[in-house]
Design a protein around this ligand. Structure first.
Ligand SMILES: C[S@@+](CC[C@H](N)C(=O)[O-])C[C@H]1O[C@@H](n2cnc3c(N)ncnc32)[C@H](O)[C@@H]1O
Length: 197
């Protein structure tokens, strides 16, 4: 992909989404982070080239790819749906991005403490509102929602002081008190946090 083509794909959400097959494009409005939101979150999460950010529930990589394109940080996404990981990694290769990767798996099997920042876009919601499911490929249940939420809060608590966190459309009622919210954007849907103790 040449520079002009790259620029065109980041000019609008529909232009970015057109990199993916139609059935994935259709999920974008509800399930993928809009470009302008991804950019604001990325600049906070990756203030320098030492930053390594984990997207918990990365989908087809829209946040990671946008963040990797416009900051100097490194971005890793963990995603449970293999077809999303394959589609995202194809786009990463097409764009020639070397600071972005998508891994296939469940976030509960990953140790997040090696990362300097975490991005989280309400990834467990489909377990409690089944009609908002992305597809039928994975198991969904309120028990899984509770399990994932408890595990995420445990992981957040175990992160080192200074960890940066960005949450978008958070439905989890609380982030551990060890995190201080430093900024809110886009009608408070994007919240930016730093772990202070
Ligand atoms: C709302 S989408 C967000 C996608 C991406 N972060 C973005 O902003 O463009 C949430 C994603 O989380 C994934 N997900 C949900 N639970 C997961 C889990 N336990 N482990 C890994 N991925 C998960 C879903 O498959 C879905 O693709």
């Amino acid at each position: 992909m040449n520079l002009n083509e790259l620029k065109e794909h980041f000019a609008a959400d529909t232009a970015f989404d057109s990199l993916y097959p139609i059935h994935i494009q259709k999920l974008s409005a509800i399930h993928w982070t809009p470009l302008h939101v991804a950019l604001t979150a990325a600049r906070f999460l990756a203030p320098n080239k030492k930053a390594h950010v984990l997207d918990i529930g990365a989908g087809v990589g829209k946040f990671c790819i946008t963040a990797g394109m416009f900051t100097k940080g490194k971005f890793t996404g963990i995603e449970q749906r293999k077809n999303f990981v394959q589609a995202g990694n194809k786009v990463i290769r097409q764009m020639g991005l070397t600071n972005v990767e998508l891994l296939h798996g469940n976030f509960t099997d990953l140790d997040p403490t090696q990362y300097t920042g975490i991005y989280f876009y309400n990834s467990f919601h489909e377990n409690i509102v089944l009609e908002d499911s992305l597809d039928e490929r994975v198991e969904r249940s309120s028990e899984l929602y509770d399990h994932y939420t408890t595990h995420l809060l445990y992981q957040l608590n175990s992160m080192p002081v200074g960890t940066r966190l960005a949450t978008y459309w958070l439905s989890i009622t609380e982030i551990p008190g060890s995190y201080r919210m430093t900024e809110q954007h886009y009608g408070s849907h994007l919240k930016l946090w730093i772990k202070e103790r």
